[in-house]
Ligand binder design. Structure first.
Ligand code: SD4
Length: 317
């Protein structure tokens, strides 16, 4: 099929299929190639899917998908338009991992619209995994990325409003929640993952969450599959959720069981009623799972060119 015809058909199908459906708690299976992302991210999945039609590579797909909310001024928790920290700075975290175990990440990066592509450049063009702050910015500029103001008028107004009380109260599932984590199985069935965020709104200056940490927000192992996370990053960091999920799958759990077990580790030790964590997992057979602490977590799946948003099961009902 001609690529353009294919894309047209895919987009049309996506539009028809983009309705919320209840995923069952049993193990779901998708045929590869497949793209799965946190929250309602149909445009990102469509971009990832189109990328798969071009190169067939899961790594390209997850990067292409992540770039969509990064450039969207209406998305207040990723890239351009992201809500700032409590001092008014938009600071970004992102990471990416491929099927060979290569990984790249940026933390506390400012003024660059596409941190995911900088993370990929860290992975491919440096001997390091993680670059932070001013060093990450210098590296991005050396790679030809443009320095931009990412604080939109809307985000600035929200920050000014917040300053009237200055209470740091992450409202999980209530404030717009769009940090994107993506997993894809490419045309060869290989796994890659990515995550990108502006972090929690009005956080302390310098705060870095789980999103740039390999093993916390994203982990992939081509022998097993991958996992990604969203929510209050401090708890994903404390439990190294994505690495845990991949190891649980390695030891025989289905993606659904592994996500549930990783949530239970948090539930058992922390005051889980006060925050949200959502996990996605995808194994090499195309089986996928999703689980969250609280209701309200959803995810977007693209398989056979059809994109749908599903509600995740959750520990609290
Ligand atoms: C963070 N995990 O910075 C991110 C926030 C998030 O949807 O996922 N928001 O802690």
């Amino acid at each position: 099929m001609q690529r353009r015809t294919f894309i047209k058909q895919t987009t049309a199908l996506s539009a028809i299929a983009s309705v919320s459906a209840k995923a069952s708690n049993s193990q779901n299976v998708a045929k590869f190639p497949v793209v799965i992302s946190t929250w309602k991210n149909e445009k990102a999945n469509t971009a990832a899917w189109e990328s798969l039609q071009k190169t067939g590579r899961a790594l390209d797909a997850v990067e292409a998908g992540a770039r969509i909310p990064e450039a969207d001024p209406n998305d207040t928790s990723v890239g351009y338009g992201g809500f700032p920290d409590r001092d008014g700075n938009v600071t970004l975290d992102a990471c990416i991992m491929d099927e060979k175990g290569n990984a790249g990440s940026v933390t506390f990066l400012q003024h660059i619209m596409h941190p995911i592509s900088v993370a990929r450049a860290v992975m491919e063009k440096t001997p390091h995994v993680m670059l932070s702050g001013e060093g990450a910015l210098q590296f991005a500029l050396s790679q030809g990325f443009k320095k931009e103001n990412l604080l939109t008028e809307t985000a600035k107004k929200a920050w000014e409003e917040w300053k009237k009380t200055s209470k740091y109260e992450p409202k999980i599932n209530i404030e717009r929640h769009d940090t994107i984590g993506l997993l894809a199985l490419g045309n060869q069935g290989e796994i890659s993952g990515a995550c990108t965020t502006s972090g929690l709104a009005f956080k302390m200056h310098g705060r870095v969450g789980d999103s740039p940490v390999i093993g916390a927000a994203v982990f992939c192992d081509d022998e097993v599959g991958g996992a990604c996370a969203t929510g209050l990053g401090e708890f994903v960091l404390k439990t190294l959720g994505s690495f845990l999920i991949v190891e649980l799958m390695r030891n025989g759990k289905t993606p659904q069981q592994a996500c549930e077990e990783a949530i239970m580790r948090i539930v058992k030790r922390y005051n889980y009623k006060e925050f949200q964590i959502g996990y996605l997992a995808l194994n090499k057979k195309g089986e996928y799972g999703a689980y969250a602490i609280q209701p309200g977590f959803n995810y977007t799946l693209t398989t056979n060119g059809v994109t749908k948003v599903y509600e995740s099961a959750s520990y609290m009902k």
